[in-house]
Design a protein around this ligand. Structure first.
Ligand code: F6P
Length: 540
């Protein structure tokens, strides 16, 4: 079957208004048929997409779209090291960083695995030295680690460090990313430089925010530590630049150009996480991702978790025209997952040009946003339930928490998660709302007026991912799941998910604006608005 986006849109128009609840009535096995389970750490992971408007015919179309885009071939091109990042002429091999099976992977006829495993071993040795106190600061054992990085050199490790709190048994880990001096200033406040290790995480070692913060940290360190570079390490591919900063090669952990920034948590950029949770737990984290890689490569497309998640995404965005999606973890420790996914998804698929240089013939990837439940319920869920736009929701939750003494709170959390997807789907009709108002003693027009405000259209789609418990292995699985989902959506859209030219223009203009904002150069070359803003900033 040959399917294109306009076929998908026609199908969406035809079925969009039917009730999802009717699909359950027509097919008592719908929940089983529109869900999939895969083995996970200590149990199974269940992905339920039955609370969407997708039926068997739609799924066939979506699968055909994936096959038409040569998904299996593109997947194997990625895993075998072909230069699929064509605009940068690079392979895409973050999967090599978690290839614990040590399957040979060749780039330019060279097996990359010996290098990957050697770097992993160096990271493990360094993390263990820091954790045991073999590597010391001027004041003795390291108590605090500051990771300075931004984007992919920050969001993944921050998200995972928070997520893995129950496994922390190393020094405290802090993150600085923003060039706003407030960020580093707040982090340094109260830290003892003599027992602090600074990791400068930057693939290129040129990112202005990171280099500025690194220099600030260095100046702070120099006030009390005699060799101010001795408590610095670098997570970077740019050995010359790290050397010029004063960090010797034995404290530089490098990675190749085939690891994109937002896909880099599995290697040196994951060092702060490894220092927090130890090498064994980090190994578990990698093994979870490796298991997801195996599943992605081996499972039939119709049973394939990343593929299904991507197809649901394509259906909602490119088919139904829902421009955003909310990611709603019912897991407080996944607090930063939405921010992490914003970079992963929007930097990867936020593009309007296809691989061949033509304009995309469908909308680009969606706007991704979210917050953990139940907090979000008391903030933006009002709009999700009763606003005029449909926002597909992606719920996720662990079957178990880490606080057995608070099991009653976990049950409440789960009840809330399930209640939200149920409410989104079933809604509340005018008649039901009227009946509620009657019970409250209202009658006539006042009852009807009040009832109208209490109507929920329902029929709003959502998916739910339930995993056993948020262990390092499960976290690795979840992140790899989303990475592959982004890849599949990118393949179907026909774009390159692995470049990020869209961040360049702003960076260039910021460099040119700095002397203007500092008052050293005139603003005359700028547009009227920018000139006025500069004048306003400079006037005192
Ligand atoms: O924001 C653009 C970007 O290149 C991201 O892709 C990357 O994660 C981030 O900047 C940081 O880059 P670096 O690790 O080189 O400092």
């Amino acid at each position: 079957m040959t399917v294109d986006f306009s076929d998908l849109q026609t199908q969406a128009k035809a079925v969009k208004s039917r009730r999802i609840t009717d699909l359950f009535t027509q097919d008592p096995k719908r929940a089983q048929e529109f869900s999939t389970r895969i083995p996970s750490d200590g149990g199974e992971m269940l992905f339920d997409f039955s609370k969407t408007n997708i039926d068997a015919a739609t799924m066939e179309m979506l699968l055909a779209l994936a096959r038409n885009a040569n998904l299996p071939e593109r997947r194997s091109a990625m895993f075998t090291g072909e230069a699929i990042n064509e605009t940068e002429g690079r392979a895409v091999l973050h999967t090599a960083l978690r290839n614990l099976a040590n399957r040979p992977i060749y780039v330019n006829d060279e097996n990359v695995m010996p290098g990957v495993l050697a770097t992993l071993a160096r990271m493990e040795a360094f993390a263990s030295d820091v954790r045991r106190g073999t590597f010391q600061g001027q004041g003795g054992k390291i108590t605090d680690v500051i990771n300075i990085g931004i984007g992919g050199s920050d969001l993944g490790p921050v998200m995972a460090t928070i997520a893995m709190a129950p496994f922390h048994d190393g020094p405290r880990i802090h993150y600085v990313s923003n060039v706003d001096g407030a960020h580093i200033s707040d982090v340094l406040e109260g830290l003892n430089a003599e027992t602090t290790l600074v990791l400068v995480a930057s693939k290129t070692f040129t990112t202005i925010e990171t280099m500025t913060n690194a220099q600030t940290a260095r100046d702070w360190m120099a006030k009390t530590v005699s060799d101010s570079a001795a408590q610095f390490a670098a997570l970077s591919s740019a050995e010359e630049k790290t050397g010029a900063f004063g960090i010797p090669p034995n404290r530089v952990f490098g990675f190749e150009d085939w690891v994109g920034g937002r896909y880099s948590i599995w290697g040196p950029i994951g060092l702060p996480l490894m220092i927090a949770i130890g090498a064994d737990n980090f190994h578990e984290f990698l093994s979870g991702a490796e298991a997801m890689d195996r599943h992605f490569c081996e499972a039939d497309l119709a049973e394939n978790l990343p593929v299904l998640l991507a197809l649901v995404g394509i259906w909602h965005n490119q088919g139904c025209g829902y421009a955003t999606r909310a990611v709603l973890p019912y897991e407080q420790r996944l607090l930063r997952l939405p921010a992490y996914l914003q970079q992963l998804e929007m930097e990867s698929n936020g593009k309007s040009v296809a691989m061949d240089g033509s304009r995309l013939d469908a909308p680009s990837g969606p706007v991704v946003w979210g917050e953990p439940g139940t907090n979000g319920q008391h903030a933006f869920y009002q709009l999700i339930h009763q606003g005029t736009r449909v926002i597909p929701c992606e719920f996720m939750a662990g079957k178990h928490g880490f606080e057995p003494e608070l099991a009653h709170q976990h049950r409440l959390l789960m009840a809330n998660c399930l209640a939200q997807s149920e409410a989104l789907m079933i809604g509340r009709s005018f008649n039901e709302a009227k009946a509620l108002m009657t019970v409250k003693g209202l009658t006539g027009t006042e009852r009807d007026r009040q009832a109208r405000h209490r109507v929920f259209d329902g029929n709003r789609p959502s998916t739910t991912l339930i995993y056993p418990k948020l262990t390092p292995c499960v976290l690795g699985q979840i992140i790899a799941l989303y990475e592959h989902r982004v890849f599949v959506e990118g393949v179907i859209l026909g774009l390159n998910s692995f470049d990020q030219w869209g961040v360049e223009l702003g960076k260039e203009l910021a460099v040119a604006l700095e002397p203007i904002v500092a008052g050293r150069e005139p603003a005359d070359s700028k547009d009227g608005s920018t000139q006025m803003l500069v004048q306003f900033i400079l006037a005192d």
